[in-house]
Design a protein around this ligand. Structure first.
Ligand SMILES: Cc1cc2nc3c(=O)[nH]c(=O)nc-3n(C[C@H](O)[C@H](O)[C@H](O)COP(=O)(O)OP(=O)(O)OC[C@H]3O[C@@H](n4cnc5c(N)ncnc54)[C@H](O)[C@@H]3O)c2cc1C
Ligand code: FES
Ligand code: FES
Length: 494
């Protein structure tokens, strides 16, 4: 095959229905849902929205990652077939053992968890992932697990009851019984070789190392980088874009590393799944953990990555404002060279980032809070779960005693890029936590910092009002006032 580097595997390998599947020919833009329904004729997995929102297409990927098999619920409608490499694909048809329903299925029957049933396969697959999570389900964990599964007719009470009844933390199904042999089968697929299926004009490539990735992006600087495909999948299903050359980052060893930068900052590799970031960021501040819990759904956070959320340059991405406020940095690599820049400088204009052709995001670095530094994050959206922000605030307030010595205030949803509120920051310097009237100039300055748009999520006037409100709440909380500032008791004490 032309264009295929030496010692590269030319076929995709994954497990399905107890056997190895090898594909040496498939469209780089084909989704797992297309493959299931059109090629494998496995039509139990449903298509609802085709954009990651409804969960009807939920399947489970059993994967190896530092320890026992993981069972990850993902949206098949926006997952590319190539992203199956090295995984076992489990669908609704696989759960029953002959005539005997899986415990999750039986609980859904017994507790009346299904009416029209269109959403049911996806809900069962999300519960199946919870069944294999290794921990007993709680109402809160199931609310999270099912936030990406919409059911319009049953109502969630019986579905939650079924989940609580079935998911007791002790998996005892035929998947548990065959875990050792299935683990060995997956380990045999992890060959550490680069994958390249197709030719120079149309391919799906999955480099296995950072050097291979750097070489490939140098050779094909205009190829589409795909990490979790929770954005790119929609280019395919909603914008019907032809994506001919794909470089998938999901097999690159080390791109999902979590570590410490020289100054102690938390370093998150670009390939770290959003789901993994919640506990890590929560250690910096609980608001950041809660922000990540409210990011999309479990399915979206399982596939979506840190690098994808930064590199997409979205003005309404949730990570950027929070990390800019903390003084976050982005690390980029092109060829053998790396460079680091303040995250805010990465976003130049709408759709334009400081990233050269062939360059990729390697990591983001998140400084720890120092003595006297306080942080807050507020996400304003129409629904609490699985909704895109209308306005997102990340703020760091630096105190000297009760006086504000400095502030970093960054918003999403207020401009064409995630952006700092320079005028408000200046106006806050010198203000006192004990004299709310000294905050007024900063709150007023937000109107000069931003001229937001009116769109389907919010009007411009609403955005300015909400931006002011969350900044005021930030100051009220840091001042220590007892006034209620949050919906519910979501905010853990500092
Ligand atoms: C249902 C749903 C809900 C969502 N909810 C939220 C939400 O609450 N908050 C939010 O912020 N976003 C949300 N998103 C958007 C999306 O999930 C995030 O932006 C996610 O972080 C994208 O990551 P990814 O790995 O899937 O990126 P991909 O889709 O794989 O890629 C996105 C872009 O980044 C580029 N890219 C990816 N990785 C790199 C890299 N390492 N270097 C250079 N370029 C790279 C790709 O080429 C592409 O242009 C949602 C999406 C869906 C479908
Ligand atoms: S079809 Fe709705 S999430 Fe996939
Ligand atoms: S049972 Fe009908 S949508 Fe859930």
């Amino acid at each position: 095959m032309t264009g295929k580097p030496i010692d590269t595997r030319g076929a995709l390998h994954f497990r399905f229905r107890g056997r190895d599947v090898a594909l040496d020919r498939f469209s780089p833009r084909a989704t797992v849902l297309d493959w299931l329904r059109e090629d494998a004729l496995a039509k139990g997995t449903k298509e609802g929205c085709g954009e990651g929102d409804c969960g009807a297409c939920t399947v489970v990927l059993a994967r190896l990652k530092d320890g026992p098999l993981r069972y990850d619920a993902v949206n098949a409608c926006i997952l590319l077939v190539g992203q199956l490499d090295g995984a076992e694909l489990i669908t609704i048809e696989d759960l029953a053992d002959g005539e005997v329903l899986h415990p999750v299925q039986q609980a859904m029957v017994d507790l009346h968890g299904s009416q029209c049933g269109f959403c049911t396969p996806g809900i069962v697959m999300s519960l199946f992932a919870a069944y294999h999570s290794g921990a007993p389900a709680t109402p809160a964990s199931l609310n999270d697990q099912l936030a990406g599964n919409l059911c319009r007719c049953t109502g969630y009470r019986p579905i939650l009851a079924a989940g609580l009844a079935a998911c007791d933390g002790a998996a005892a199904d035929r998947f548990a019984a065959t875990a050792d042999e299935r683990t060995a089968a997956l380990a045999a697929l992890a060959d550490g070789r680069d994958l390249f299926v197709g030719d120079e004009t149309r391919f799906f490539a999955a480099p296995a190392s950072l050097d291979s990735l750097a070489a490939l992006t140098g050779r094909f600087p205009d190829a589409t980088l795909v990490a979790g495909a929770t954005d790119v999948g929609l280019w395919i299903t909603k914008q019907l874009r032809d994506i001919a050359r794909v470089i998938w980052l999901g097999r690159v060893a080390g791109l999902d590393a979590v570590g410490k930068a020289a100054d102690g900052a938390l370093s998150l590799g670009a390939g770290v799944a959003l789901l993994e970031t919640a506990p890590l960021l929560a250690r910096i501040h609980p608001d950041l953990g809660e922000l990540m819990r409210r990011f999309g759904s479990v399915q979206v956070r399982t596939s979506g990555t840190v690098g994808g959320n930064i590199a997409n340059g979205s003005p309404i991405g949730d990570l950027a404002p929070a990390l800019i406020a903390l003084g976050g940095r982005v690390v980029l690599r092109k060829g053998a060279a790396t460079r680091t820049l303040p995250l805010e400088d990465f976003f130049i204009a709408y759709g334009k980032q400081d990233r050269a052709p062939g360059e990729f995001v390697l990591a983001v670095e998140v400084p720890q809070l120092r003595e006297g530094q306080h942080c807050r994050a507020f996400k304003i959206s129409k629904r609490l779960d699985e909704d895109i922000s209308a306005v997102m605030l990340g703020a760091r307030i630096d105190l000297e005693g009760r006086r504000i010595a400095g502030a970093r205030i960054a918003y999403g949803g207020m401009a064409a890029t995630p952006k700092r509120a320079a005028n408000a920051e200046r106006a806050l310097a010198g203000a006192s936590l004990d004299e709310p009237e000294t905050w007024a100039a900063a709150l007023a300055a937000l109107a000069s910092d931003f001229t937001p748009l009116t769109d389907q999520r919010a009007t411009a006037a609403y955005r300015v009002a909400a931006a002011r409100s969350v900044l005021r709440k930030t100051l009220i909380e840091i001042a220590g006032a007892a006034a209620p500032t949050r919906i519910g008791a979501l905010h853990a004490a500092e």
